[in-house]
Design a binder for this molecule. Structure first.
Ligand code: SAH
Ligand code: SF4
Length: 376
């Protein structure tokens, strides 16, 4: 009996925040309930932001009690929220692992983009990315990924009461490599696109990958969300240095996988190619020419990102003249090219500047400090 009681206490409750429609339907069937209840429950959770089953007034008391016994609706905890002079917002959010991740909201005329994290840290160690420099800490759960959208929606509804929707776009371009946390990302993306969830169009939910090729093939089977790839170099030699996963999955394999994924998207939807411009590294005229040749038969939009510096990166942002020249060369070659304006720099919210807060690292640092102080 004691053993049973102990396991009762220590057993973790299911966090229903990340439960998709299909998961709800399966559970409700097991509980002998009608599948349409899933619609009522999802609306309570994602449209009305209810955290307590007791408040779900159109659900039977019996079912509410059952659900409360096995699970809970738990949003990740916001540690801090910062607002930039340009209106960009950055939240530091506690993950279950104890570390923290970051999420950014970028308001623009007529639209608002939420940049969410999929992992704390990242194992892929791209040479120009501060998230990569901190190493991998943990995967985020589906609840923690979709929970970011819920947190932002709740705040922004108050900040922008006149807008029907402040968050029009979601990009998985925060911390982490989404395709290395596949199942949780897919569940969260499904909820973002579901009308019973956040109802964001599949065109406006974008998964960004550094090139995890098997993950792209898995995506073909699972979703038709938009896809962006982080190319950053027009040849394997240079890409091997900047994006180390290229040594495993070279450019030709990556583009082939993308072409197959693009078939999923249908007419008029193309893959986005992200290209971070780093001074003296990948922004010369010959790089633009090589890139134009490489992408000649690949329908895509190119998004240039001027490098965002962080301490110790060793890289510099090119001048705006150089960025413009690179863009013009590609436009001249017939591509559709945009340059991402840097936003939220005063609060370190720009691409590649997200570091969160790693509990272990902090502990490690404390230990080093103690060693340095001669205490250990
Ligand atoms: N791991 C995924 C998504 C997160 S990074 C990926 O790599 O695609 C989002 C984008 O920001 C990627 O294109 C990434 O390469 C880019 N990025 C990373 N560090 C950057 C920096 N310091 N300056 C500009 N862009 C950066
Ligand atoms: Fe990871 Fe993306 Fe940063 Fe590379 S750019 S280290 S894949 S988060």
């Amino acid at each position: 009996l004691l053993e049973y009681a102990v396991s009762e206490v220590t057993e973790k409750k299911v966090n229903f925040l990340g439960y998709t429609k299909a998961q709800w339907e399966a559970l409700l069937e097991q509980l002998g309930e009608k599948p349409y209840r899933s619609q009522q429950i999802l609306k309570w959770i994602h449209h009305r932001y209810i955290d307590d089953f007791a408040d779900m007034s159109d659900i039977s008391k019996r079912l509410r009690d059952q659900l409360a016994e096995i699970g809970e609706i738990r949003e990740p905890e916001v540690i801090t929220e910062k607002v930039s002079t340009d209106g960009t917002r950055k939240w530091l959010i506690r993950a279950e692992s104890g570390s923290a991740m970051e999420m950014v909201f970028i308001p623009e005329d007529g639209r608002g983009t939420l940049c969410v994290s999929s992992q704390v840290g990242c194992a892929l160690d791209c040479s120009f990315c501060s998230t990569g420099k901190q190493g991998f800490n943990s995967d985020l759960t589906a609840s923690e990924i979709v929970g970011q959208v819920r947190i932002a929606r709740k705040v922004l509804e108050k900040v922008y009461p006149d807008r029907v929707r402040a968050v029009t776009n979601v990009v998985l371009m925060g911390m982490g490599e989404p395709l290395l946390n596949f199942d949780n990302v897919i569940a969260a993306v499904e909820l973002m696109m579901d009308d019973l969830g956040y109802g964001i169009s599949k065109r406006k939910v974008t998964i960004s990958t550094s090139g995890v090729v098997p993950g792209i093939y898995k995506l073909i089977e699972t979703t038709d969300a938009s896809l962006a790839i982080s190319l950053h170099a027009p040849n394997d030699e240079l890409r091997n240095q900047l994006v180390p996963i290229n040594r495993k999955y070279p450019i030709a394999d990556l583009l082939e996988a993308c072409k197959k994924y693009a078939k999923n998207l249908g007419e008029k939807r193309v893959i986005t190619v992200e290209y971070t411009l780093i001074d003296g590294v990948n922004e010369q005229p010959e790089h633009a020419a090589q890139l134009a040749k490489l992408l000649k038969d690949f329908p895509c939009k190119i998004n240039l990102i001027p490098f965002n510096p962080f301490p110790g990166s060793g890289y510099k942002r090119p001048s705006s003249v150089a960025v413009r020249a690179f863009q013009d060369r590609l436009i001249g070659a017939g591509f559709s090219v945009t340059t991402r304006t840097t936003r939220g720099e005063d609060i370190n919210a720009a691409c590649g500047q997200l570091v969160g807060e790693v509990a272990d690292k902090t502990r490690r640092q404390e230990k080093y400090q103690r060693i340095a102080a001669g205490a250990v």
